[in-house]
Design a protein around this ligand. Structure first.
Ligand code: UDP
Length: 447
């Protein structure tokens, strides 16, 4: 292995993350994993990204190249789909120029690894004769569900009654129509175009990497291998467990130190999901009424139309007192690993889901958009390590959901199952485990 490491260090791997935190974090983790295997790492990033994680000073072992997308963003607003579609158009020239410079620098380039959403990069990689590997930062099941969406569209948009939305999606045993991304209110044509391009250019790529592991998604993995039968698939997750956790002091951690084991509910809806002021109040009262201690991340701007906590009723924080802590951001990996945490109310983003699973923390799921509904369905109905909250945020339902989840800490069935998955997540990265072997295969593939 030592020899291979030396050979690898001369070989450069270029990574290109999507400028959204939930996509950048796993790409950076992958970069560290590949560096540990001996590769030189160059990260190309768009200046669109306002993410300290990508600050070169945080990763002195990597080389960073920033690219500026063509023409200024004109729309100002627009959703994530519009943003990704527009970036795919506007980054072509800058990305091509950057790759040309890296090629001109000399040295061996093993491959370029790009987020699955950067579909335009396949043509650029072909142009330079470099292999492109796709990183899909979500899980395998949700990826398959998303790719199937354009073909399902006529069936999906037409049903208006609750019963048809409850129908299972053909060929997707565990997913119902309502678990597919709720995109009825967005531009279906744009979404289908994006998904079709992702599908075509993933098929044209040289390999796919997932932040998931065999024991978690064996059936979807087999299905994915059938669908992409020309190329190898490397389940390499859980990424974050293959890297050391650098402890960072934070008020939330010292507050957690004062709480009894498994007593605290951690609440976070990730980096993008938003709620309206009414929903925010329902969450606040649901938490207060549940009587459980809670650590609640309220991102500035998470409540539409407000800076931060303004919609909270006067005296709310005083009333809750020491039982609750509201913060703008929390070091989530450390929080979930803290012994005081007994449950996680999450929006079911894939990173949050796999981080929770790896710490054996059961989940209360309130999925908002994209792949989150499929993730939540798997958490509550396939792996059965969490509880689904109803479709509407209502204080009574929230309180019931919290009480049900927190009752689990007394060795409930959910706890037993998540403990089992946690052990599987730990063993797959050990020598001889499925992820360990998959990583060796990827290293050989790149070399
Ligand atoms: N995160 C964090 N602290 C916070 C909020 C989020 O560390 O206060 C991290 C979290 O650990 C996860 C990522 O941000 O790695 C969120 O990704 P996820 O896929 O769960 O959701 P997204 O933000 O993409 O919707």
């Amino acid at each position: 292995m030592g020899e291979k490491k030396e050979e690898g260090r001369n070989m450069r791997v270029i990574l290109f993350p999507l400028p959204l935190e939930g996509h950048t974090n796993p790409m950076i983790h992958l970069a560290h994993i590949l560096y540990s295997k001996g590769f030189s790492i160059t990260i190309i990033h768009t200046t669109h990204l306002n993410n300290s994680l990508l600050h070169p000073s945080n990763h002195p072992i990597f080389t960073f190249r920033s690219i500026i997308p063509d023409e200024a963003e004109t729309s100002g607003g627009g959703g994530v789909i519009e943003l990704i579609t527009s970036l795919n158009r506007r980054c072509v020239e800058a990305f091509r120029k950057c790759v040309a410079e890296l090629v001109a620098d000399g040295g061996k380039i093993g491959c370029v690894i790009t987020d699955a959403h950067w579909h335009f990069t396949q043509d650029v990689a072909n142009e330079f004769g470099i292999r492109r590997i796709v990183l899909r930062t979500a899980n395998i099941s949700a990826f398959l569900g998303l790719l199937a969406l354009p073909a399902l569209r006529p069936n999906y948009l037409l049903p208006s009654s609750e019963t048809s939305l409850e129908d299972p999606v053909p060929d997707f045993l565990h997913l119902r129509f309502k678990d597919l991304p709720a995109m009825k209110d967005q531009n279906p044509h744009l979404i289908d175009q994006l998904l079709s391009s992702i599908f075509i250019q993933t098929k044209a790529s040289s390999a796919i990497i997932f932040n998931s592991f065999n024991d978690l998604e064996l059936d979807p993995l087999l299905k994915c291998r059938q669908l992409f039968n020309r190329i190898p698939i490397f389940p390499l997750g859980p990424f974050h467990k293959q890297l050391p956790l650098t402890p960072q002091p934070h008020s939330s951690l010292s507050w957690l130190n004062s709480k009894t084991p498994k007593s605290v509910l951690y609440v976070s809806f990730g980096t993008l999901a938003a709620v309206d002021p009414h929903e925010f109040l329902e969450i606040a009262w649901g938490l207060a009424n549940s009587t459980h201690p809670f650590l609640w991340v309220v991102r500035p701007g998470m409540v539409s139309g407000f800076e931060w906590l303004e919609p909270l009723p006067d005296g709310f924080e005083e009333m809750v007192g020491e039982r609750g802590l509201i913060v703008k951001w929390a070091p989530q990996r450390e929080v979930l690993a803290h012994p005081a945490i007994g449950g996680f109310w999450t929006h079911s983003g894939w990173n949050s889901t796999i981080e929770s699973l790896c710490e054996g923390v059961p989940m209360l799921c309130y999925p908002c958009f994209g792949d989150q509904k499929a993730n939540a369905r798997y958490v509550t109905h396939v792996w059965r390590i969490g509880v689904m909250l109803g479709d509407k945020l209502e204080r009574g339902e929230i309180e019931k959901g919290i009480l049900k989840l927190m009752a689990e800490k007394e060795n409930g069935e959910i706890m037993k199952r998540i403990k089992d998955l946690k052990e599987k997540a730990e063993s797959c990265i050990e020598e001889g485990g499925s992820t360990f072997k998959s990583l060796e295969n990827l290293v050989n593939f790149i070399l």
